[in-house]
Design a protein around this ligand. Sequence first.
Ligand code: ATP
Ligand code: FE2
Length: 342
Amino acid sequence: MSVDNEEIIVLGIESTAHTFGVGLATSKGKILANVNESYRPKEGGIHPRESAEYLSAVAPKVLFKAMEDAGITFREIHGVAVALGPGLGPCLRVGASIARALSIKFKIPLIPVNHGVAHIEIGRLTEKMFDPLVVYLSGGNTLIAAFSQERYRIFGETLDIAIGNCIDVFAREIGLGFPGGRAVDELASRGSRYVELPYVVKGQDLSFAGILTAALRLFREGRYPVEDIAYSFVETLYSMVAEVAERGLVHTGKRELLLVGGVARSPLLRKKLETISRDHNVKFRCVKPEFAGDNGAMIAYTGALALKAGVKTKVEESYIKPRWRVDEVDIPWFHMVRKMII
Ligand code: ATP
Ligand code: FE2
């Protein structure tokens, strides 16, 4: 691997919830490795401590596989980035401990990365969008965000549970396993009759808890085919997201719409956002599946941008931040990305 003087290589570690990921990326947007292993609970949702034990167990294998894929040695790395939040405390500590150890051992800077910001940055890079309105939907997050005055500002978010979590609980309760996003989508594509469910948009914010309760009640009553309930459920959720995204576009005047996070894998959701984008003559892109879910590459790449912009932390100050919001992070590298994608 040869890089010019200005280009730096960063190793990134993701361990915010169920995935232990290690990526290697350069500040010019080359992804050298992206290795990820995910914890799948046998039943129920994610238990933070059990997930953390899994992440620790797979960590060495994932780390060394990523180094092998990149074909470089630890001595060639300029910095180590880690997602310090938002996420589950016990899981965050696994990645943070390994990143601190690598930083000390190889005397390289430690770079704090916000997981949500990383989802946005990998989307901007791989979909070549410089200044989009971002719709970020995953198991733990529901955000509509856009860059303004040095940060990704929030133009809509959930008031209670995240959209992916809402879909996963529904899936689990109707017997589709975890995580159930894809299975619910498939079931929904076979339904056709809309059964009324609560539609809760308050200003620019969204609430999903009531819809989940109502959809599960319909399921237990058994009066409608489960395909129709799933169809009505996702139709309601995705229409709410589309409504807020559409107002976000009009309000911010952005000319690009970018969909990121695990729920971006849903074809039904993509279709809705494509429609509003067409109506407003806005370019629409959706992050590719390998970068949609949690992954190490997005942490490495964001870390490389951040290090280039001078962002780093002392090991003794590298606390995990389970509730770290996207709009708390300054983005001094925002304009650097233009060169890479145009
Ligand atoms: P974050 O930490 O950013 O909240 P996460 O831990 O939820 O992320 P992701 O891999 O980004 O992890 O997202 C997982 C979510 O994506 C799950 O809720 C899952 O059901 C959902 N999902 C996956 N595939 C699909 C699909 N085809 N349709 C809808 N949802 C999907
Ligand atoms: Fe994520």
